[in-house]
Write a new protein. Structure first.
Length: 597
């Protein structure tokens, strides 16, 4: 749950500064409150004057030593670090104990979540959290951050699931027996050579879906492999890279029996490891179900103003859930499809222009005409299929042609070809190896009709070989990026945030960049980025705090200064994963302790 900045004021009497349940104590100097009061006089030191001088010298030396130690302790204080949460998820309506792995010099810590539905509080034992997931929480990822008076951790994911959840416990007895075929297992491959096995009862005619979330979502350094073994012990299904490094497989059960689902891993970054890999960071979520599981929606994009319904495609899709309504949100460009009959969710893109679907046969003899701009959802099926579309364009008109598929989790490796009305090839592109999608900047050489053809590079096809084609004129835009998602200041000291600006599609207007959501007492002037000047690609925001300790999220926003008010938040990459955030964190440290008199 998002929380506002807590502001901490220095009490006038006991010098105690309270932050939630943990008191901060101001060090006002040892002086008269020094504990060095009951010194023992050596019996051989009989001269009172010498005794007094000796005691005074001892007091001064010890007081100085204590002050130095206190200063060293203050200087060495470090912000908390959070490597991972385990278990990394829980079912809606569940309360779980979660271990926060990391470094915490102060405990308890404060906990922040980027979305509602999950309440997290620190337990008495350091590194332990209590997580309460509401029964109506929206399934999906919550990004969690821990903080104290010294700073904040990186964001870490916690997943709200739909199915009952279990936590894998290491045991010499393998495999672990599951009572149900519909469950999400939170597990860890704890050491090299580790293989986790789960026995699950299945009936003839059922379709088992097994899906792993580890590398892509949780940041686990593992390249996992999934296997299903028959009751006789033979491997009957295997997958290792259905979605990046995270495997997913489906298995049609031929006979009743108890089958074994097996997971093991190699390092995602190749090293000298020969056998299976493991370690504390090798955590995963394994979902097993013979119930509904979503693969994608058809279409993959809908018009924001009139989204309507989409078809649910996946496995074990019930009749009552074959069509799902799309709920739009003005603040997002995607809508999440949630239904109680499915173990997971998928997203559908929201667009401002026409959203179409492929109309068969869409072949060379019967191409499908599409308007510009538009976004179309199509499918390459059967194998060696080729979809053909036509559009009209003017000479010199700048157009962007985008084909998305593998980035959406589909197996299609698309090839795009652009031809003129005489059949002359003007462009033919595949992905460049680094990008999963095709992005082509196309300028028509003359007025007239042009053709787009889409096929699979390897001549494959099928129900899952879907794609999203967008043809549109490039719209001037910009992106703001932050190097870090955390900023720590001391009172009355200026801190800086470097903001990188990427101007897109010819955008050449000024951009005002500013902090947003800061509490009072902070001096944070906006900065203007202007084309043709030193600020065109990069600006530096300055922030000066008063002597008030505070901690909390904020945003950096850009807005155009030409009246169009094109507003964009600055984003930064979340440490350890490929996701980004637009909610960086500010910590203003408590004022330094007064020097001893």
């Amino acid at each position: 749950m998002e929380r506002q900045f807590p502001v901490f004021k220095r009490p006038s009497k006991d010098r105690e500064l309270t932050l939630h349940s943990r008191p901060f104590f101001w060090d006002g100097g040892r002086g008269a409150s020094s504990p060095l009061r009951n010194e023992t006089v050596h019996p051989h030191l009989s001269n009172p004057t010498n005794d007094s001088r000796s005691m005074m010298t001892t007091r001064i030396l010890l007081a100085s030593l204590i002050a130095l130690l206190a200063a060293a302790t203050t200087a060495q204080a470090k912000p908390p670090t959070l490597d991972r949460l385990f278990p990394p998820g829980a079912q809606r309506g569940q309360t779980v104990a979660v271990t926060a792995s990391g470094s915490f010099e102060h405990w308890p810590v404060r906990v922040w979540s980027d979305a509602p539905g999950v309440e997290i509080s620190p337990a008495k034992e350091k590194g332990q959290l209590s997580v309460v997931v509401s029964s109506d929480a929206k399934p999906g990822v919550r990004w969690i951050r821990l903080s104290d008076e010294e700073g904040a951790t990186a964001l870490r994911p916690f997943v709200v699931g739909v199915l009952p959840e279990l936590v894998e416990i290491e045991s010499k007895d393998k495999p672990i027996v599951l009572e149900s075929s519909r469950v999400t297992i939170n597990g860890r491959l704890g050491k090299g050579g580790d293989v986790d096995e789960f026995s699950v009862p299945l009936k003839k005619g059922e379709t088992l879906v097994a899906a792993v979330d580890a590398n892509g979502l949780l940041g686990s350094p593992m390249d996992a492999v999934l296997q299903v073994a028959s009751p006789e012990g033979f491997v009957v299904a295997q997958n290792d890279d259905d979605r990046g490094f995270d495997p997913r497989l489906t298995f049609e059960v031929p006979v009743d029996g108890t089958y074994v689902v097996r997971i093991f891993a190699f390092p995602a970054t190749p090293d000298s490891t020969i056998g299976f890999a493991g370690g504390d960071a090798y955590i995963y979520r394994l979902t097993l179900t013979t119930g509904g599981f979503l693969d994608y929606s058809y279409p993959l994009a809908v018009t924001r103003s009139d989204p309507g319904q989409v078809e649910a495609h996946g496995w074990n899709v019930p009749e009552t859930a074959k069509h799902l309504a799309v709920a739009t949100d003005a603040s997002h460009d995607r809508a999440s499809l949630v239904h109680p009959d499915f173990a997971n969710t998928v997203d559908v893109q929201l667009v401002a222009h026409a959203a179409l679907t492929e109309q068969e046969p869409s072949d060379p003899a019967h191409p499908q005409a599409i308007p510009v701009p538009s976004t179309l959802t199509g499918r390459i099926a059967p194998a060696r299929d080729q979809d053909i579309f036509t559009f009209n364009a003017k000479k010199g008109q700048s157009l962007n042609v985008v084909v998305e598929s593998q980035s959406l989790g589909a197996p299609l490796d698309p090839v795009l070809r652009v031809t003129d009305h005489q059949g002359k090839t003007l462009n033919e592109v595949d992905d460049n190896g680094k990008e999963l999608d095709i992005r082509l900047a196309f300028t028509p050489p003359a007025d007239g009709e042009y053709r787009l053809s889409i096929r699979d590079l390897h001549g494959q096809g099928g129900d899952r070989f879907v794609y999203r084609l967008t043809v549109a004129a490039p719209e001037p835009d910009y992106e703001l990026t932050l190097k870090s998602d955390r900023l720590t200041l001391t009172p009355d000291q200026a801190g800086t945030f470097e903001v990188t600006i990427e101007r897109k599609n010819g955008f050449n207007g000024p951009i005002d960049v500013r902090f947003d959501g800061l509490p009072e007492g902070l001096n944070a002037p906006s900065v203007r980025s202007e084309p043709g000047k030193d600020t065109e690609k990069k600006v530096t925001l300055s922030l000066t705090a008063t002597a008030t300790a505070l901690s909390g999220p904020f945003r950096v926003l850009g807005s155009t200064a030409d009246g169009a008010m094109l507003e964009r938040p600055a984003r930064s990459v979340i440490e350890g994963v490929s996701a980004t955030t637009d909610r960086p964190w500010l910590t203003v440290l408590k004022p330094a302790a007064p020097k001893a008199p």
